[in-house]
Design a binder for this molecule. Structure first.
Ligand SMILES: Cc1cc2nc3c(=O)[nH]c(=O)nc-3n(C[C@H](O)[C@H](O)[C@H](O)COP(=O)(O)O)c2cc1C
Length: 188
């Protein structure tokens, strides 16, 4: 799971994004799907960059903030710590890792628009702290029945259906991206 932010003259915007993946190593490319219904999408239509964050599980509340309410009604950036990063992008202080990507191309995918990003600066996650992923909302044999129940409740609070929680596990391996970021960050 990722929190994707951006910023234009209209102000900062951001939301939780599950439809996202590294899609190319050479050249490095990352695809982030934004729902056409979201405030973030509307702001991103006028942006040239997006910032993509991964979040450690101990900062789950950050994920809930960005996935649980809309910038149409709430200024999420009043409710969390952030700073201005490269290209004026809002960088969330509690993110475990992040990168800023130039929007290389927009792809109509249905009710989401894929933003094909060229990562140009960032900080890859340090250490091996567990990151927030859809898996933690899914039901697996490794959790007790009680844990599973509370996770399903969490998932409902976040608007994640049980099916959606089960169908996908986001691989949080930023290995190739991390190597690339170390190279390009030195240049920014
Ligand atoms: C588990 C989960 C995954 C989500 N994945 C996406 C996604 O890939 N793309 C997207 O635009 N919204 C996604 N959302 C929904 C937005 O994060 C959510 O609707 C958010 O409140 C939109 O905020 P905004 O209106 O300020 O942009 C997801 C929500 C959850 C709970």
């Amino acid at each position: 799971m990722y929190v994707v932010t951006t910023r234009t003259e209209a102000g900062p915007a951001g939301c939780l994004v599950g439809f996202a993946s590294e899609v190319s190593i050479h050249p490095p490319r990352f695809l982030a799907g934004l729902s056409i219904r979201n405030h973030t999408f509307r702001v991103a239509q006028h942006a040239s960059y997006l910032a993509v964050h991964v979040v450690a599980r101990r900062h789950l509340s950050l994920v809930e903030l960005f996935g649980g309410c809309t910038g149409d009604r709430v200024n999420k950036f009043d409710l969390c710590a952030w700073h201005e990063g490269p290209y004026d992008m809002p960088i969330l202080d509690d993110a475990a890792g992040w990168f800023v990507g130039r929007i290389h191309r927009r792809l109509a995918l249905g009710d989401h628009v894929g933003h094909l990003l060229e990562p140009i600066a960032g900080q890859s996650p340090r250490g091996d702290e567990p990151l927030v992923s859809l898996r933690m909302y899914g039901i697996s044999g490794r959790v007790t029945r009680r844990e599973a129940h509370s996770r399903r409740v969490d998932a409902r609070n976040l608007g994640v259906s049980e099916n959606r929680g089960a169908f996908s596990e986001t691989v949080q391996d930023w290995h190739s991206l991390g190597m690339h970021l170390r190279r390009v960050s030195a240049a920014v």
